[in-house]
Design a protein. Sequence first.
Length: 442
Amino acid sequence: MKRRTNDALVPLATDAERATLGAILTDGRQYVPVARVVKAGHFHRPVHALIFETMTDLHRAGSSIDFVTIGQALSGSDELREAGGLPYIAGLAERVPVAAHARHYAEQVYRAAMRRNLIGAAGELARTAYDDDEKFDDLMPKARAILDQIDDHAQHSETGSVDDALLDLIEERPSGWPTGVPTLDDMLGGAGLVPGKLLVITGRSGAGKTWIATGMLVSAIDSGARVCDFTLEMSRSSRVARMGAAKFGPDALRLTRPPGTWTNEDHALYARIAAWLDRKPVRIFERQYDVHSITTLARMHEAEVVLVDYYQNLRRPPEASRMGADDVDRVLSEELESLVRLTGCCLVVVSQLNKDGGMKYGSWLNTKCDAHLSMVETETSSGLPAVRIEPEKNRWAPDARAGIEQTYIMDKTRGRLLPVDDHAHEPAGMTHASASALTYGD
């Protein structure tokens, strides 16, 4: 629903506002999931904002939220009297379609509010661009600051209030998406790729960093996650071929050859990959991006898992030419940390190591991440090529296996890790012949 004001259409969600409040009045337990989506300021009608603010006060006081308690709290309100008084509140509860859909209604309210904020920001951006007194070099930072102001986390959720912390505690925590390797999930606290976390994967060239990250993406896709993949080194077609190899086997790598050389089997495999990815919420971007652009795209597509491959290929900020390498690393790391905070996604960043074994231009990134997994090439006791994953840092979860190393056979034809347990030299069925395929690069 939109209302015309001064020849402009203002996005409204009045019906959704009524349904959201009515659902909470019908079932007070719906307040918590709704409060994780909207605050009083998201409601366009003042009386609706007042009612929701009263609900928040009742929840904070530990009181029940229903028609009686809301009516008592607002008995002397002029806003409620103008809207119709207690009969208006009763009408909200009577007309709610399905109380269990409260969060869905709240999301409609949120989207309408964000559209209104975006319209306001667009006007401010236009005024800034037209202002000849503004220095050109200051325009982009100011424009970004204006856009950041419309983010819900910056305006509402990040209030620092105890109420928000209590909501975090009572709300069921997201379980995350599996990495595809159960022992690696255990290393990350048993939950895999958890929303709101920053995971860094490092290793020397050829260790298999990109293969592992690709395997994580495939596992997340199969688990229903919305994925944004920023492949800053290889082409999108090469990335899709690797994803196909991780899903269906190494024959998919043949699809990187010219289509005119494809066999009937290659065409059939292409059809399988296309059918698998059909309608999946997956976006792949191949050119060099800066972190602000990645953040914008991740938010636009509501990404739940984001992969940046490689950290060293990120476009530097405009002011980088006037900064030292350490300062550039600090700015990029802070921007990536902000990306996670603004989107709530699980961000996986692949980074190279320098000749000394340290993270290449990434010392600050190590301080900002939640977990840093280092991949070290090694071999099993019987001589099979393997990779050892060492948690350089792990604050992923309270029960994460911080400091616990795990050795794996790396199947680079499919981006898979086969753990080597403590009682065997290699996984069952793994031989030198089957390990001979481990020749693909990073």
